[in-house]
Ligand binder design. Structure first.
Ligand code: ADP
Ligand code: MG
Length: 292
């Protein structure tokens, strides 16, 4: 039988947009000392808009056209933003062959007989793409403002970069400061670059973060924290986050996230409000106190 206090607190929480799928998760939250947040889509809105296009040797429009052709095959939020930008600019998309996605790194395909690779510096290294200092300098500049940047290599030569802006959720500031006030250690984890991670962490007052974490490494990071004796809650939204949510002592999914994330979580925040993590902590301590 479900203890009455738990039943009451879970129906209270449901009314407030906190769905408890696993009541053990709610009870465990009281003992959590570390809250790990995914960055994109969790602390930030995860809605990207293209803000800059840089190209060397070809026009910006041509770079956008080839890139968008490849990204049309991808489901990633970054891909969708690039495709939307290209549509707005009225470019015609090239035909694309041999598409492949490299998880956490980007996408590669053939467009009009050229290999077009779009993604992180790790992807560029993997492909041994020739560097272009002019582009890399601009990339550093964009990233220092917190912009997410994807690199574009054509035939294994760095040819351009696309900077995208995402917004930090307004509610994230309060969520982080309240959790810290409650004595929790707040950690951020992301597949994005060191520069962008450090910008967002600094903005939010997060003192510990892991950047350029590949999807399969997110769960590993959670495990590492646990092996240091920490009790970990993980908050995330993406398919990428599902194993980490499952690994954590408490997995919390942002409600508008992917189904896989939701299914791996013990608690779901229906309102996409990171401050609800603080409410989960409070709710948990009430529940546990009344039970014993
Ligand atoms: P996060 O952990 O921040 O949610 P992901 O693991 O989904 O991010 O992606 C990590 C990085 O890989 C992105 O910041 C981006 O640079 C790159 N990436 C992934 N998919 C794509 C894509 N379709 N096009 C371009 N870049 C991509
Ligand atoms: Mg995410």
């Amino acid at each position: 039988a479900i203890p009455l206090v738990v039943a009451i607190s879970t129906s209270y929480s449901a009314k407030n947009g906190i769905l408890v799928r696993n009541r053990l998760a709610l009870e465990t939250m009281k003992y959590v000392d570390t809250v790990v947040f995914d960055k994109t889509g969790t602390l930030t809105e995860g809605k990207f808009g293209v803000s800059e296009v840089v190209a060397v040797g070809i026009s910006e429009k041509e770079l956008l056209r080839l890139t968008a052709g490849v990204e049309e095959r991808s489901e990633h939020v970054i891909a969708r933003a690039i495709v939307e930008e290209a549509r707005e600019k009225g470019v015609s998309f090239p035909e694309v062959k041999n598409f492949r996605a490299v998880p956490g790194k980007g996408v590669v395909a053939e467009a009009e007989g050229k290999e077009v690779a779009v993604g992180t510096s790790l992807l560029m290294e993997e492909l041994k793409a020739e560097k272009e200092t002019k582009i890399l300098n601009r990339v550093k500049e964009f990233e220092s403002y917190g912009k997410t940047v994807v690199l574009v290599a054509i035939n294994r030569k760095l040819t351009g970069a696309i900077a995208l802006s995402d917004k930090i959720r307004r509610e994230s500031y309060e969520a982080v400061s309240e959790l810290k006030r409650l004595g929790k250690r707040v950690v951020m984890i992301t597949g994005d670059s060191e520069e962008v991670a450090s910008y967002v962490a600094r903005e939010l007052g997060i003192d510990e973060f892991f950047a350029r974490v590949l999807p399969h490494q997110k769960a590993q990071k959670v495990k590492e924290l646990q092996s240091k004796g920490r009790k970990v809650a993980m908050v995330g939204d993406g398919i990428n986050d599902a194993p980490a949510l499952a690994q954590a002592d408490v997995g919390i999914a942002i409600g508008s996230g992917t189904d896989v994330a939701i299914e791996s979580a013990g608690i779901i925040l229906v309102k996409d409000d990171p401050r609800d993590v603080v409410r989960v902590v409070r709710l948990s301590s009430i529940t546990v106190r009344k039970m014993f």
